[in-house]
Design a protein around this ligand. Sequence first.
Ligand code: SAM
Length: 249
Amino acid sequence: MTPNQETSAKRVLRSARGEALRQAYIDDGGWEKVDGWLYLKALRLTDFIDKLQDHFGVLGNICEIGLYFGKYFIFLNLIKRINEKVIGIDLFESSDWEKRFYDNLGAWPRDDGDPMIIRRNSLEVTAKELLEWAGGPYRLFSVDGGHSCEVALNDLRLAHEVLADGGVIMVDDYFDPKFPGVSEAVNRFYLLSENHRDTVPFLITGNKLFITTSGHDERYREAIRTALDEDEVEVWDAEMFGHRLTVIL
Ligand SMILES: C[S@@+](CC[C@H](N)C(=O)[O-])C[C@H]1O[C@@H](n2cnc3c(N)ncnc32)[C@H](O)[C@@H]1O
């Protein structure tokens, strides 16, 4: 395949409307108008990782556990490729919160299918169901639901069970002192021999920890470091659970 053919093959993966909305959400400030918890660097790096997955040929679907008013989920829905499924899971304990989520999501409508929203406690969701709903594994999986150790560990395990090769899990709040349960969950997962899937953290930015399957971490890191302007952002290498990772502040 020539580079031009390759570029056009990648372009057909995505709908023109989805791409226009993606740009409006991230570049024209759409994301700032939705209440919730999200930092611009996490959004920009998610956008970049999504594009790297096109380049690396990583296939799969997209899921977020913990939607709140949809600030991150709306973006995850806008970056889906044609024929991919996007699944969102939340308790929606208050009907007012649920309405705000749907109102926000409705303001960013795609023309090629709606995401599937599951109103349920993630402790009652199984990996089998996740695979059935999407028709296969996941390339992007955001863990931002319950912040107790029990729920965060459950969600992290679920994400690992359905992760595609080269897929990325984004864990929110690992470094937030308000949520030690999230740190405990990730630490237990990596230090108590639970990580049968063999994944590694490769990036910390915007209050999220990014994890991928072993063997893919280095090429994500290299591409990220190459693309960054180190005069504009503070970047350095660190080590976590015995693996090198990139930190962007
Ligand atoms: C921190 S908020 C998510 C923020 C959101 N990702 C954003 O972009 O703003 C956490 C969400 O997780 C949901 N949640 C908490 N415990 C849950 C559970 N056990 N199962 C499913 N959702 C849960 C809450 O209802 C809440 O909407």
